[in-house]
Design a protein around this ligand. Structure first.
Ligand SMILES: [Zn+2]
Length: 154
């Protein structure tokens, strides 16, 4: 079972502390590390052979993209983003999942092009350091902020 399928199983058992909300096509979860404050993922409900957007039939694809866009808007409003960065990668886990990064000036320090550029120009060991893992109270606060904005849009 892939890591994302495992996380989804935890959601179904009520045992995923990062879970925020279930939508029709996927699950909204907060990222384990919060260097990019408000970093959120939207996990597609299915895996099987559906690992590319073009594997989804048109109506499912449209619904998945629409819901992802609503999550992005909620993330933007909840965390005061200057810009949302959208990533659908999949070389780690092919399971369809969106990374939604709320970006603000200075968030990659002076890395990249004098502090400008994608999140992956920020060093992985800093992005995933234990210092950027929210404590229980902070996690609850982040989840509440996102859920409040999501519910206004749904
Ligand atoms: Zn999976």
């Amino acid at each position: 079972m892939c890591l994302i399928c495992e996380r989804i199983e935890m959601i179904k058992k009520g045992a995923n502390p990062y879970f925020v909300k279930e939508l029709e096509t996927g699950y909204v979860v907060i990222g384990d590390n919060q260097h990019f404050y408000g970093y959120t993922l939207f996990l597609y409900k299915h895996h099987e052979e559906k690992t590319e957007l073009f594997h989804l039939d048109l109506s499912e694809r449209a619904k998945f993209l629409e819901e992802m866009t609503i999550v992005a808007e909620a993330v933007s409003k909840a965390f005061g983003a200057e810009k949302i960065n959208y990533e659908l990668l999949g070389m780690g886990d092919s399971h369809l999942h969106w990374h939604l990064f709320p970006r603000v000036s200075g968030d990659i320090e002076n890395y990249g092009n004098n502090g400008r550029g994608p999140v992956w120009w920020y060093p992985m060991e800093k992005m995933y350091s234990d210092d950027s893992r929210p404590g229980e109270e902070e996690l609850a606060d982040i989840k509440r902020k996102l859920l409040d904005e999501l519910e206004k849009l749904l």
